[in-house]
Design a protein around this ligand. Structure first.
Ligand code: ADP
Ligand code: MG
Length: 329
């Protein structure tokens, strides 16, 4: 298979037609039209074999994650994702791998009704770079570093699951994205809990709906990729926070499988792709109202302080948390 055949077979036939795609795959570049009065929001993330995923990682998961991590970045800006491009470097044209990679990628894209509008396909070490393009109403992007003292600090979902799933030894590839855990006291229950944790690592669910709902409400927002503790510091910039580790939303599966490590995983594990955000005190009831219509937990874990430094308490005692999130260099 040559480059043109790979594009045509696995990516060029991505049928999702959006009215705002003037020209999609097949020409020298794509043309799209942005809604009037909106700002363009762009994010790129590169997944490299050996750095971001291990050799032998299910290709479906690599395809899913390559797009999911970018959708998570757009969610953290409060943006609506619209289009994406894919730069793929492959050691060989492995049809089975391409089939699974493209279905992981395009199933997620179809779920959010976004269109693959172009890319590049080259021979080389295995890597996948995705760029997602989206929009916010003019001036409406939610940034880091804009929280005020007294704002509540909130998090979506249940951080810590992904690292537990990454470290789980069982080979449980090809699982559904969200697989709720059963009571983990029986062998079957434990297997279901481990499968749930593995799926949380292999198939993260980007919090796009939550990000959109929080635009205009959150004073600042970030997505948690390197670990909650380091990412909260990036979120707050010059400010600090007092946070309650006892308030952390831990999944039943994480509690069941890794009770002793659960809080440490939630604070320093990474790969969560949950949103962490701040909300002015007077508007926190609106976040509580959102819980009804979003299918993801929203949990308040503390508040922003004027002085720098992010401090964690557990049962009223100070909890030492290392700054060691995931570091690339
Ligand atoms: P060029 O030589 O001008 O870069 P290519 O032959 O690389 O053109 O690409 C032809 C068309 O296919 C372009 O529209 C390009 O955006 C698209 N394309 C190439 N690789 C991919 C891919 N992996 N996914 C989606 N579109 C792709
Ligand atoms: Mg090209």
């Amino acid at each position: 298979m040559d480059e043109q055949e790979i594009i045509a077979r696995y990516f060029g036939s991505h049928a999702r037609q959006r009215k705002d795609v003037v020209l999609g795959i097949g020409d020298d570049a794509a043309i799209t039209s942005l809604a009037p009065g909106h700002d363009l929001v762009t994010a790129t993330d590169c997944l490299v074999e050996g750095t971001h995923f291990l050799p032998g990682c299910p290709a479906r998961s690599v395809g899913h994650r390559a797009l999911a991590v970018n959708l998570s970045d757009l969610a953290a800006m409060g943006a609506e994702p619209l289009w994406f491009t894919l730069a793929l470097s492959l050691p060989s044209a492995d049809e089975r791998w391409l089939e699974q990679f493209s279905s992981g990628l395009l199933d997620l894209a179809n779920g959010f009704r976004i269109a693959l509008i172009g890319g590049d396909t080259v021979r080389g070490p295995l890597s996948a770079s995705v760029t997602v393009l989206g929009q916010v109403p003019g001036g409406g992007g939610v940034r880091r570093g804009a929280a005020s003292a007294g704002d509540g600090v909130w998090v979506t979902g249940t951080p810590g699951d992904a690292v537990a799933g990454r470290l789980a030894p069982e080979d449980l590839s090809g699982l559904p994205v969200e697989n709720s855990p059963e009571e983990a006291s029986t062998p079957a229950g434990r297997k279901a809990a481990v499968e749930y944790l593995r799926a949380r690592f292999l198939y993260p669910a980007p919090r796009v709906q939550a990000g959109l709902a929080l635009a205009g409400l959150a004073s600042s927002m970030i997505d948690v990729s390197d670990g909650l503790h380091v990412d909260i510091q990036r979120l707050l910039g010059p400010r600090g926070a007092v946070l309650d580790a006892g308030a952390l939303p831990l999944s039943p599966a994480l509690r069941a499988c890794r009770a002793g490590d659960a809080i440490r995983y939630a604070l320093t594990g990474g790969d969560d792709y949950e949103l962490c955000f701040t909300v002015p005190a007077g508007r926190e009831p609106e976040v509580v109202g959102l819980r009804e219509r979003l299918d993801v937990p929203l949990t308040r874990i503390g508040h922003v302080t004027d002085s720098s430094g992010v401090g964690w308490l557990l049962d009223g005692q100070n909890l030492e948390v290392p700054d060691a999130g995931f570091r690339h260099f």
